[in-house]
Design a protein. Structure first.
Length: 176
């Protein structure tokens, strides 16, 4: 019932909403939307259509900007990283490393670069002393994090696995 009502609203939007990509004709977008709606209905899935976008060239998603060229960091995050001052306390350092750890899979030699910073977190080090090696590691990580693209789009020519997990109210998945 809800899907039928929502579908009417969305179909109205589909007809009235022009595509933002001048190279893609509106009828092609409508056809793709219909396929999406059919697949949703077939699998009894629902979507918040006010959060759905069709025919756009860029999409912001979880702090990333997805474009035709690839996956880039959100401009606000890049600016925040560029403006980031060297951490003066353990909690500030943990905040920095938390962000950097999120991208560690995409940073070559991440552990080696971050070692001076992670050593500051060890209780055996005693006091929090910011040294030149820490500053070099900090500046290197900042430079790597703001360089685009940090991440690359999926290569369908390579093998991959999809791992899913679900509960009574949510579903999640990752590509491995």
């Amino acid at each position: 019932m809800a899907l039928k009502k929502t579908r009417k609203v969305v179909q109205k939007t589909v007809v009235e909403e022009p595509t933002q990509d001048p190279d893609v004709p509106p009828q092609a977008i409508r056809g793709e939307k219909q396929k999406v709606f059919q697949r949703l209905r077939k699998n009894k899935l629902y979507a918040k259509f006010e959060k759905c976008k069709f025919g756009v060239l860029e999409v912001d998603f979880l702090g990333h900007r997805i474009t035709q060229e690839g996956l880039k960091m959100d401009d606000h995050k890049v600016k925040a990283i560029l403006d980031w001052e060297p951490p003066r306390s353990v909690p500030a350092l943990r905040s920095l490393l938390g962000l950097a750890f999120y991208y560690r899979k995409f940073i070559k030699n991440f552990a080696k670069i971050a070692t001076p910073l992670t050593n500051l977190l060890k209780k055996s080090s005693g006091t929090y002393e910011w040294e030149e090696a820490c500053n070099e590691a900090f500046e290197t990580l900042k430079g790597i994090l703001v360089k685009t693209p940090v991440l690359k789009l999926f290569d369908f020519e390579k093998d991959f696995e999809i791992h899913f997990d679900a509960s009574d109210f949510a579903i999640g998945g990752i590509l491995v």
